[in-house]
Design a protein around this ligand. Structure first.
Ligand code: PLP
Length: 457
């Protein structure tokens, strides 16, 4: 097989800043051992997130200049609306400033105390917006998805038996909608099969419950379906994405992922009355329905990004660039979640640092070690993000997985940057026994991973 190369050439460059280890030690201590508090300028390779960090194409930049900034009925909105309608098939397209604004609007209408909202796995902002509404967010991943070493095609799937039990027990009175996250970000960016989506859609229909996609990485998911699901090889990513959307009644979307833009999101759906309520809420905090918290130029670039993200050369390179890193790490015996997901490399911190118990946050410790070693910024997705103390007993309840996510921004880094990342991880692995755990010094009530401060034990 020939090397899968980056299907673009570089037109504008941005210099990277190199720091010394001594400098990084000072920076990390000042940041309270939380990489979210490290200034981006002090990071060499920034794999904190793939959200809003994409490089835009020359066509998208041209769209930025071409954007129509009219308050109401801007040309850029109509282009955006047409693009989203053609992609998803949904009638109502409601732009928002990012994905979580679409979530907040949807759950403030459908959520509320006593309600239960299941998902294959909720991501952090989705869970937070559901819980803020007073509803409960329930994760239903498959057992296979929670096994970092098992190689299977669709580890992001919904646990169908679990969903059926929940729907039978609670019914449509308590379950206002079922969500499905594609790809499954909290479960190592693993894809969801079309077959699994079909079964979830059938179940929802039989109970009369609406079904929504958290569609942030719909194109990456469509590529996995194309290359892995029987009978899908000959179909285009667009056709597959169309079918994914057609199985659901609507979606929330963060354009900062597969929209290939730095800001933007939308809520799209078929139900007329729900759309009307959503637009009423939109006007209060986001803006008029034809811009929803975005500038016309953002809508223009977003529409263009939604076209480019489905190009086969792009998706082949994108998915290959993650698999490349996972394969190299696996060859080196480094515990990494397998197989590779769509947007990130997930290190298994529990296996990487077996001497650090979950309540001393092995994922956070590993993320800090990667920064100290090579100036790489990653993100803990483990007990800092999802661990809890039991409100009654005070007992610590760890997250199901202790992961460190190295999310790869779209079209930003080259293969040699990734080779440097592999070398850095290998160097930390060689000295892993010297790494100690952390304790939390201060934390906010919600989404603590963003602002908590830590101290080495
Ligand atoms: C990023 C993300 C969101 C929230 O989108 P924002 O644009 O960051 O507000 C919701 N769900 C998933 C799965 C995400 O990855």
């Amino acid at each position: 097989m020939k090397t899968v190369i980056e299907p673009f050439k570089i037109k504008t460059v941005e210099p990277l800043k190199f720091t010394t280890r001594a400098r990084r030690e000072e920076i990390l201590a000042a940041a309270g051992w939380n990489l979210f508090a490290v200034p981006a300028e002090e990071v060499l390779i920034d794999l904190l997130t793939d959200s809003g960090t994409a490089a835009m194409s020359s066509r998208q930049w041209a769209g930025i200049l071409d954007g129509d900034e009219a308050y109401a009925g801007a040309r850029s909105f109509y282009r955006f609306e047409k693009t989203v309608r053609e992609l998803t098939g949904y009638r109502h397209v409601i732009p928002t400033h990012q994905g979580r604004a679409a979530e907040r609007i949807l759950f403030s209408i459908l959520g509320g105390p006593g309600k239960i909202i299941p998902n294959n796995s909720h991501f952090d902002t989705t869970r937070a917006n559901i819980e803020v509404s007073g509803a409960a967010a329930v994760d239903l991943p498959t057992a296979e998805g929670l096994d970092p070493a098992l190689v299977q095609d669709f580890k992001g799937n919904m646990n169908l038996a679990g969903l059926e039990r929940l729907l039978k027990r609670e019914g449509r009175e308590r379950v206002p909608l079922v969500l499905m996250t594609v790809t499954n970000n909290a479960c190592a960016g693993q894809p969801v099969a079309l077959g699994n989506l079909r079964r979830v859609a059938e179940l929802c229909r039989s109970y009369g419950i609406p079904f929504f996609l958290d569609a942030c990485r719909f194109a990456e998911n469509a590529w996995f379906i194309k290359t892995r699901e029987p009978g899908c090889r000959g179909r285009s990513p667009r056709e597959i994405a169309r079918e994914m959307f057609a199985l659901a009644d609507g979606c929330t979307m963060s354009g900062k992922k597969d929209g290939l833009v730095n800001i933007g999101g939308f809520l799209a759906l078929n139900d007329e009355s729900l759309a009307q309520q959503a637009r009423n809420l939109l006007i209060v905090t986001e803006g008029f329905p034809t811009y929803g918290g975005l500038a016309g130029r953002d809508l223009e670039a977003f529409a263009q990004g939604l076209e480019e993200v489905l190009e086969e050369d792009y998706l082949r390179y994108r998915i290959r660039s993650i698999a490349y890193v996972v394969e190299r790490l696996d060859e080196l015996g480094i515990p990494v979640y397998r197989p590779a997901g769509g947007h990130a490399v997930y290190l298994d911190a529990r296996a990487f640092l077996p001497h650090i118990p979950p309540q001393e946050y092995p994922g956070q410790a590993l993320a800090c070690a990667l920064y100290l070693e090579g100036g790489i910024r990653s993100c803990e997705i483990g007990s800092v993000m999802f661990g809890k103390h039991d409100p009654d007993t005070g007992a610590f309840r760890p997250a199901p997985l202790e992961q460190v996510r190295l999310a790869v921004p779209r079209r930003v880094y080259t293969q040699s940057h990734m080779d440097y990342v592999i070398e850095t991880i290998a160097a930390v692995f060689a000295r892993r026994r010297e790494i100690g755990g952390l304790r939390i010094v201060s934390e906010p009530p919600l989404l603590r991973h963003f602002t908590a401060r830590f101290e080495p034990l």
